[in-house]
Each structure stands twice: as C-alpha cells, then as structure tokens.
Design a protein around this ligand. Structure first.
Ligand SMILES: Cc1cc2nc3c(=O)[nH]c(=O)nc-3n(C[C@H](O)[C@H](O)[C@H](O)COP(=O)(O)OP(=O)(O)OC[C@H]3O[C@@H](n4cnc5c(N)ncnc54)[C@H](O)[C@@H]3O)c2cc1C
Length: 310
C-alpha cells in the first residue's frame, strides 16, 4: 500500500465521522461506512470529543475501520486538557498500529467548563504538530515507521478566537512550517470564501493541499447546532431563502442540503480544489446522493480529469 502522503498526487475525497457512544450506535455507523466504502474514499476521518471526551471511542473506531475495511483512516487529535504523556501515548499507539495520518488540532474545552488554555502542555495546534513530528522521528529510528501525513484545520471565513485575519494567516503558516502536510477546512456554504482563502494562503506562501469541507444540511435544528459547533461559519442568504421556501420538514431541508452541496462540489471540482471533505453526520445517504446526482460511481470517477464528451 502506498503511503498516505501520496494520496495528494490526485484530488482526494474524504468522509468525516464522529464516534458513537453506544455499541448499537457504533454498529449502525459501521453499516453506513460499509455503504460509503463503495464510493472509494481516499480516506475517512474520526473526530475527537471536546477535551478528549471520546479518547477511547475515537481510537476504537479508527482501528476498527482500518482493520475491517482497509480504508485509510485519519484520527483527529486535540491537545486541550492533555499532558505530554497523554499525547505521546496516543500518537505512539497510532504509529505502532500503522495509522499514517493525524489531524492535529487545538480543540475546544467541553461546553460550560471553565478552561485556561495556558495551562495545557500544548496551547495551539502548531505545537502539537511539532511534537508529533518528534515522536515520528523516534518511531522511525525504533522500528522503521514511515511517518505521518499531518493535517491541520483552516477557516475560510475566519475563526472567532483569532479576530485578526492577518495574524490568523501567520498562525496557519506557522502550523505548516511546524510540519503539517495538508489543511482541511471548516465547512462553508459560499465557495467564494474558499477561493479567497486559497488565494490568501498562496500569497502567504502556504503551498500544501487545501481540502474543502462540505456539509449537506439535513434539518433546521441541525443547522442551529452546526452554527454553535462550527464557529465562524455562516449560512449565505440564497441558502436561507431556499430553506425558507420549504415547509421546514426534515425531508425538504435534506433535499435542499443535498442540492446545495452537490452544486458546491461541482463548482469546487471545476475550480480544481485539492480535495473535498464531506461532513457526513454519521450517515451515508446524503453523500451517496451527491455522487449519484453528479453522475459518478465513485471517487476515482469524480476526481478524473474531464475531456470533451464528444
Ligand atoms: C476540519 C476540522 C476538524 C475538527 N475536528 C475537531 C475535533 O475532532 N474535535 C474538536 O474538539 N474540535 C475539532 N475542530 C474544531 C477546532 O478544534 C476548534 O475550532 C478550535 O477552536 C481551533 O482549533 P485549531 O486546531 O484550528 O487551533 P489553532 O490553530 O491552534 O488555533 C487556536 C488558537 O490559538 C491561536 N494560535 C494558533 N497558532 C498560534 C501561534 N503560533 N501563536 C500564538 N497563538 C496561536 C489562534 O489564534 C487561536 O486563537 C475541528 C475543526 C476543523 C476545521
């Protein structure tokens, strides 16, 4: 099997999941993953609960997906509330179990829990990236480990905890200089935000692949929840107008969401993005419909270079 980093030689298509808390939930998710496997994703990623709350669940899901499907699996890892030995244990475990990539994040503390980031051993994602690279070197010498492809987060619309957008770009560059190989973006609903972000990255000397985060909306309550979780993200007026025209039922909003995300994906591909990361909300339906509406069977077909059809 080629190394994770080689995936970026072509357009990547990836799916994100979060670890369910119960065995029944895990089995249900796994059924969706098996369906999504047919779309031949470049990789799938598994989130890490706020403050490490899903530490074991994330690890279990990552290893299960990898063992049972063979899909490249990328664990998210956050440094909030973790000591150096916590992080070392997790990263060494991944290296020893053949995981080839980690998405390195600062993370957020659990809701309603007072937290001082200055007390954490690693206070931003750049420091975490540097530490993962250190462990990688040790593992390379110990057992010939081939190394990690390290991803970091990017925010096309900006992140509220960094109000200065020039400083934000400097911090993003610092994460890349610390050793990150690729960026996955926060979800966004207006592609112009992504193209502008990509141009600003290029001007800042950031030359790594930028993978665009796309989320098909599924319900009005889900939209409200997302705006609390995906800080800085906004729903543009044309999308809100589409939502407003419906009867508000989950089925109608789901259709709007799939339509919008399909159009976004088509336009992103036309603008030659490095990759698209679908936020699946642990369900296979919307992502499969997007592929179907785009008329393709799998990611390989979706990423192929189009030529004249006649
Ligand atoms: C694709 C994606 C996946 C995500 N997955 C998860 C997940 O699984 N679990 C989870 O809890 N959260 C997740 N998040 C959310 C993310 O953890 C939060 O948005 C968090 O607030 C910021 O994380 P970061 O890695 O971007 O932080 P950083 O880039 O470290 O930034 C955090 C803060 O530190 C400051 N900073 C950064 N670099 C420096 C520097 N060099 N010097 C001084 N200050 C600096 C920034 O201004 C900012 O205020 C995800 C976000 C994205 C986009």
């Amino acid at each position: 099997m080629s190394h994770f980093r080689e995936l970026f030689e072509s357009t990547t298509f990836s799916f994100e999941f979060f670890p369910p808390k119960t065995e029944a939930g895990a089995q249900k998710l796994f059924d969706h993953i098996v369906k999504l496997e047919k779309l031949r994703p470049s990789f799938v990623s598994v989130t890490y609960g706020a403050g490490g709350s899903t530490r074991q669940l994330t690890r279990d899901l990552v290893h299960r997906v990898r063992a049972e499907t063979g899909i490249n699996t990328v664990p998210h890892l956050t440094c909030v509330k973790h000591s150096e030995s916590d992080i070392r244990g997790i990263v060494e475990g991944y290296a020893q179990r053949g995981i080839q990539s980690i998405l390195a994040l600062r993370g957020d503390p659990p809701h309603n829990e007072p937290h001082c980031f200055g007390d954490d051993r690693f206070s931003n994602a750049g420091e975490l990236v540097r530490f993962i690279r250190k462990i990688e070197d040790e593992q390379r010498q110990l057992n010939g480990f081939k190394g990690f492809g390290i991803g970091v987060a990017g925010f096309p619309e900006g992140h509220p905890s960094t109000p200065n957008r020039i400083t934000e770009m400097e911090y993003l560059k610092a994460k890349i200089d610390a050793g990150a190989d690729y960026i996955i973006t926060q979800m966004f609903f207006d592609n112009r935000d992504l193209y502008d972000f990509r141009d600003r990255c290029e001007m800042a000397g950031i030359r790594v692949p930028i993978i665009a985060g796309v989320m098909p909306i599924q319900s009005i309550s889900g939209m409200k929840r997302m705006s609390e979780l995906a800080l800085g993200m906004r729903f543009p007026a044309p999308l809100l107008r589409m939502v407003r025209r419906t009867d508000g039922s989950d089925e109608a909003i789901r259709r709007v969401g799939v339509h919008w995300a399909t159009e976004q994906s088509r336009d992103l591909l036309d603008h030659r993005v490095s990759g698209i990361h679908f936020y699946t909300l642990n369900s296979s339906g919307a992502t499969m419909e997007i592929y179907k509406t785009l008329g393709v069977q799998d990611s390989q077909q979706l990423g192929s270079e189009p030529t004249l059809p006649f």
